[in-house]
Ligand binder design. Structure first.
Ligand SMILES: NC(=O)c1ccc[n+]([C@@H]2O[C@H](COP(=O)([O-])OP(=O)(O)OC[C@H]3O[C@@H](n4cnc5c(N)ncnc54)[C@H](O)[C@@H]3O)[C@@H](O)[C@H]2O)c1
Ligand SMILES: [Zn+2]
Length: 372
């Protein structure tokens, strides 16, 4: 691969109460028949507000309830609902799994894609791909599309009112962006956009990291009180737009491959968020890369301040067996995994040892600083 590729969504809109303008933004697009997808919880938080706004702009819609997993079966079920109703616009409202499902449904229907995240928990909103899982929640594959979502509406009031754990999870997902893009740039590897990283993607990924270290904690404190501050606006943009563009056109490497590896484990780790697993994946990548102690401790300290997991115990797998960790490492180093974008050769043994090292570095740090 010798060419540079940068891709991005059509329009990104962020601010307080923008959800109430959904109808204005969608009106006049391709037939005006929309399929609105949200899960049971999100219908009450935001879905019904979307419908009200569509009503005000006389945009017709069908309502569909998302079942909770971004799986092939769920995508096919929703595609059928869309087909039966001749939907030409697909509006996904909710967390990363809902949004990934909406993108897949819209791609199959050839529709106009509208993404309305109700948390800043991942960088899923802007990308031209979905992460597909089995019905049981085990990572299966990345599904790529010809185009990014057409419109993304980010209502910061709704996001600031969500449980703070979602924002910290999104910060963790976004903190991986520069760590992984840096590795991809060094390796001259291929990004999720299908080419070499551009200078634009590099600049965006760096700005993402800078914004998170500057404002992440202030934003996390703001959402404890459910208020929209300039720190919240900055961090929501970093988690969503900067991280989304940065990871897709800057590339993924170790942190996400290790996250995907963790999904093979049974038990309580399944209740950890995507971002929380990515936080530990990032520490593992830093350990693999031979980064200096000052850098590793900067991340550990920041994660601890955001109540993010830094040890296997924090990930609810304190007693994980060596065999299970090896299974995680094997999954993280499958031939098509992004761990091979690191600028050196990586084996399952390397990953397993780096996981244990990352755990130990965090334990040592906590002991040194008197953390529990
Ligand atoms: N496609 C991409 O580029 C990309 C990037 C990053 C992550 N992802 C994927 O995103 C998924 C993780 O997304 P997630 O962490 O948002 O989890 P999730 O989609 O499973 O959502 C978690 C829960 O949050 C609830 N929720 C949503 N908004 C809420 C609100 N405002 N208040 C209270 N509850 C609310 C939902 O009902 C859901 O039960 C993973 O599948 C991951 O692989 C995809
Ligand atoms: Zn991610």
């Amino acid at each position: 691969m010798t060419e540079r590729v940068f891709i991005s969504p059509g329009k990104y809109v962020q601010g307080r109460d923008v959800i109430q303008k959904t109808g204005e933004y969608v009106k006049g697009i391709k037939g005006d028949k929309s399929l609105v997808i949200a899960d049971d919880i999100v219908w009450d938080i935001a879905g019904n507000q979307v419908l009200e706004s569509l009503d005000q702009s006389s945009v017709s819609y069908i309502k569909a309830v998302f079942n909770g997993e971004a799986s092939t079966n769920e995508i096919n079920r929703l595609v059928e609902i869309g087909r039966e109703n001749n939907a030409t616009i697909v509006i996904g409202v909710g967390g990363g799994k809902t949004l990934d499902t909406a993108k897949a449904v819209s791609d199959t229907l050839g529709g106009y894609t509208v993404i309305i995240p109700t948390t800043a928990s991942t960088d899923a909103p802007t990308s031209a791909l979905s992460v597909i899982y089995s019905d049981e929640g085990i990572f299966e594959s990345y599904k790529f599309y010809n185009k990014n979502p057409d419109l993304i509406l980010v209502d910061t009031k709704i996001i600031a009112s969500a449980p703070p754990r979602f924002l910290s999870s999104g910060i963790a997902d976004a903190l991986a962006t520069w760590v992984e893009a840096r590795a991809v740039i060094e390796a001259r590897a291929t990004t999720m956009a299908g080419g070499l990283p551009t200078l634009a993607a590099e600049a965006i990924a760096r700005k993402c990291e800078e914004t998170l270290f500057d404002f992440g904690l202030l934003a996390y404190e703001s959402v404890q009180r459910k208020v929209v501050t300039s720190a919240v606006e900055a961090v929501v943009e970093a988690n969503t737009l900067l991280s989304g563009l940065g990871f897709e056109s800057g590339g993924l490497a170790g942190a996400h491959a290790i996250h995907n590896g963790f999904t093979v484990l049974e038990g309580d780790i399944h209740h950890m968020t995507h971002g929380e697993k990515v936080a530990f994946g990032t520490l593992t990548q830093l350990a693999l890369e031979k980064r200096p102690i000052q850098e590793i401790e900067r991340y550990i300290e920041f994660y601890i301040s955001l109540d993010l997991p830094v040890t296997l115990e924090d990930l609810k797998i304190a007693n994980v067996s060596d065999e299970d960790l090896y299974r995680v490492a094997q999954a993280a180093t499958k031939p098509d995994e992004t761990s091979h974008n690191l600028p050196f050769k990586v084996t399952a043994d390397d990953v397993k040892d780096a996981i244990i090292a990352a755990d130990q570095y965090s334990h040592a740090y906590k002991t040194k600083k008197g953390h529990k």
